[in-house]
Design a protein. Structure first.
Ligand SMILES: O=c1ccn([C@@H]2O[C@H](COP(=O)(O)OP(=O)(O)O[C@H]3O[C@H](CO)[C@@H](O)[C@H](O)[C@H]3O)[C@@H](O)[C@H]2O)c(=O)[nH]1
Ligand SMILES: [Mn+2]
Length: 741
């Protein structure tokens, strides 16, 4: 035991990471309990005020709706407390890791997935590749695999270009400690060349990068690779006239063989291994989208480098922090607790978030509190990108105490096979038929059949006994591209909420599949996300019932003078004040919080609701799982409005019709109230009964201000098209005419 007095002391001194509980837990728990009492009182109020039979059908309808909605809100609120109950933060101690020699470090395989050269331009993809190639990690232990589901020679061409540019970029990064490590992100930062350590070299690298980008874009624009370039790499011969995105043979090509002593950068240091893979695609063979690509990568990489750690990135997620591998290893290699950890997940951060995050793409509260709270139960969600996996757990191993210590991260000795042999052996593993009759997609690798393959895979890993870590450092490890338009953002949320509800309804439901395997808090934490879709219903009910009942003068809440008013007011105010305070302490602006409220209303009344319907339809066996890829580039015009935080509509999506119909409904009902106050002879008493609805509808109208602007004021291409406006006015007017009394 050496100089340490107790086991605990020794463990503490050798630990590679620390955990800390978030501050103010007790205060939060007390406060949250008080809101809970308020919610119970609201439920009680509803139960005590069941309308009598003679009060008419409309009253009954309203009552049932309000009761169900508030019951739903209450339940969802309870789930949300679970993820705030146990917030834990993780701190790696990377200096301690450096005490042991680099020889002890495991091999790391990086997987980058891309699927479409138009939606995901090759120049974007290679920035991700270059950023991971230049991470601070022994290059002979680093292998990078690009999976191209687009099967495109344009992407392969860019990949080859990147391998040449890397020879300059890697030494440059390491010498000057450049961050971020994506050349595009680095060179578009605004700084003065004269402030750089070596202006000449800086300019040289920048020009090299610019030239490469130009060459890549020229080829991408042209849509094919010129013959003279094709001669530079034998890999191009894979693309003949028959190769299409949906129909081609497996392609596996080494672009750099890290074992090759001649593969060195301009400073003479060895380069990491670089492999391109386009798994076989044939019509009639399901390819399971990203999950299928990842599983093929797992197999191909096991043949080639077999790194014990796998870093998984989407093609738009470049590395920002050069030490991120080492930090992740602190968790996975910790002698005492590391062997239980299957993966380390970073939050999704984006480099294109504007000041007030108009579409709520990256809410600080979600990253700093909610996800950390699920992580607090040892069940950090796997989010598909920015995640360091232990190969063993990703491949389906059950957790066992035997993994203790560092030995589990050892990998086999160098292979002596030639590149050609390795490529041939790998192609077999990347072929369509390989998975037939195997457990791939079921118990091995990523789980198939769900558009959120990441969440369900993380859950199954945890149910096999593993823990996971949610790690959110101040120096962000990765940055991706957030959806820059409302339409793209809503399509993404439709896929997510649909997929997540599908998990809840499947055998993987955390309460059933995870029973006795993960903690109750984790089951509840998962449900917060998995139940997005069905919890759209109470929101949609409120969004319709409030304005309509106001218009018809049907009170839904207790009068202000009644004692029952208190719990309603308390819950509403304290919940929202807390939410603002939480957002501000997490570094959000008030405006960003306000924007987030709007986008949540929009998501719940559109994306989640449509997902709910889609999911039910699929459960009935009427449709199949799809995956709509998120576009990462938009036109300049659109991008300018995004920068100015102006909401982008500009298409006739049915979601926009719903958004503007609900906005119109609010406007009509408020107009009705004004009429009542100024023209109608109604007494003050009538208005008093409706005051809660007036306030809520007023707030909704304020939240909808950008929608009204897009409907009536704006003339640009991002405003709401006249046809959508027309439809919404008709539908809202018809709704107002419904006889409710
Ligand atoms: O058939 C496919 C479809 C997608 N992808 C890749 O999957 C990644 C994610 O796709 P994207 O369209 O960017 O979806 P997002 O909604 O931005 O992705 C989030 O949500 C997905 C699950 O819905 C996760 O897989 C992702 O990791 C996570 O970032 C991208 O790199 C794609 O290239 C494939 O490799 N093959
Ligand atoms: Mn994405």
């Amino acid at each position: 035991m050496g100089t340490y007095q107790t086991v605990q002391e020794r463990e503490k001194a050798l630990a590679l990471f620390e955990t800390k509980d978030a501050k103010g837990r007790l205060a939060f728990r007390l406060f949250s309990s008080s809101i809970f009492i308020g919610i119970c009182l609201i439920w009680l109020y509803r139960l005590m005020n069941i309308p009598a039979a003679e009060e008419g059908r409309a009253r009954w309808g309203c009552w049932i709706g309000m009761f169900m909605a508030e019951f739903g809100f209450g339940l969802y609120w309870i789930l949300n407390q679970a993820i705030r109950w146990n917030v834990v933060r993780y701190f790696p101690l990377k200096e301690r890791l450096s005490r042991s020699s680099d020889d002890d470090l495991p091999r790391v395989d990086v997987f980058v997935c891309t699927a479409d050269p138009t939606l995901e331009p090759p120049s974007l993809v290679i920035n991700t590749i270059l950023s991971v190639m230049s991470l601070n990690y022994p290059t002979e232990k680093l292998s990078i695999y690009l999976s191209d589901d687009g099967g495109s020679q344009l992407t392969f061409h860019a990949f080859m270009e990147a391998s040449h540019f890397a020879k300059h970029w890697i030494p440059f990064c390491k010498r000057f400690n450049v961050e971020p490590r994506s050349p595009e992100a680095y060179f578009t930062q605004d700084f003065d060349v004269r402030d750089t350590a070596n202006p000449e070299e800086w300019m040289f690298i920048k020009n090299q990068y610019k030239d490469m980008k130009k060459r890549i874009e020229a080829v991408t624009d042209k849509g094919c690779v010129p013959e003279e370039i094709k001669n530079q790499h034998k890999g191009f011969s894979e693309w003949n006239a028959d190769v299409t995105k949906q129909n081609h043979q497996p392609i596996v090509q080494f672009v750099i063989d890290g074992r090759d002593t001649d593969a060195v950068d301009s400073a003479g240091c060895r380069l990491p291994t670089l492999v391109y893979m386009a798994r076989e695609k044939r019509p009639g063979w399901p390819h399971h989208f990203k999950a299928g690509a990842m599983n093929a990568l797992i197999r191909v990489s096991s043949e080639i480098s077999n790194g014990a750690i796998i870093l998984n990135l989407d093609c738009d997620m470049y590395a920002n922090n050069a030490d991120s591998i080492r930090e992740a290893l602190c968790f996975l290699m910790d002698e005492n607790r590391g062997h239980q950890i299957a993966y380390v997940q970073h939050p999704q951060n984006y480099n294109n978030i504007t000041k007030n995050d108009l579409y709520g793409n990256s809410p600080p509260v979600s990253n700093k509190v909610e996800l950390a709270g699920v992580g607090g139960f040892g069940a950090a969600l796997y989010c598909g990108t920015g995640c360091f996996h232990r190969r063993a757990s990703l491949c389906g191993s059950k957790y066992s105490k035997e993994y203790k210590g560092l030995r589990n991260l050892e990998t086999r000795k160098d292979d002596t096979r030639t590149v050609g042999d390795l490529e041939e052996a790998s192609k077999v593993l990347a072929s369509c038929g390989y998975e037939q009759g195997t457990l791939w997609g079921k118990e091995m690798g990523l789980v198939y059949g769900c558009p959120v393959e990441d969440i369900v895979t993380g859950l199954t890993i945890q149910c096999r006994g593993w823990k996971s870590v949610y790690y959110n450092p101040d120096n962000k490890a990765f940055f991706g591209v957030a959806p820059p338009t409302l339409d793209i953002a809503l399509v993404q949320f439709t896929r997510w909420s649909d997929g997540m509800f599908q998990i809840f309804l499947s055998k993987y439901c955390p309460f059933i599949y995870g029973h006795n395997k993960i903690k109750l808090g984790a089951q509840m934490g998962y449900s917060v996300y998995l139940l997005w879709a069905p919890f759209s219903l109470p929101n949609l009910y409120y969004a319709i019932a409030l304005p309509l009942s106001l218009l018809h003068g049907i009170p839904l809440f207790p009068e202000v003078s009644s004692r029952w008013f208190i719990p309603f007011a308390y819950v509403f105010l304290s919940k929202n004040i807390y939410s603002v305070a939480e957002a501000l302490t997490c570094g959000s602006t008030f405006k960003a919080w306000w924007n987030l409220q709007r986008i949540w209303v929009i998501r719940r009344t559109t994306a989640f609701f449509f997902a709910f319907i889609d999911c039910i339809v699929r459960q009935l066996g009427l449709s199949q799982t799809t995956f709509s890829i998120t576009a990462k580039v938009v036109t300049e015009d659109v991008s300018k409005r995004y920068q100015q935080e102006i909401m982008e509509f500009g298409s006739t999506s049915i979601m926009f019709t719903v958004i503007s119909t609900l906005a119109m409904l609010n406007l009509f009902s408020l107009a009705g109230v004004l009429k009542m106050v100024f023209l109608g002879g109604s007494e003050y008493k009538d208005i008093e009964k409706l005051i809660c609805q007036v306030i809520l509808c007023g707030l909704m109208a304020m939240l909808n201000a950008p929608v009204y602007e897009a409907l009536f004021v704006r003339k640009d291409r991002g405003s709401i098209p006249a046809s959508v406006m027309f439809k919404s006015i008709v539908v809202a007017s018809l709704a107002c005419l419904l006889p409710l009394k």
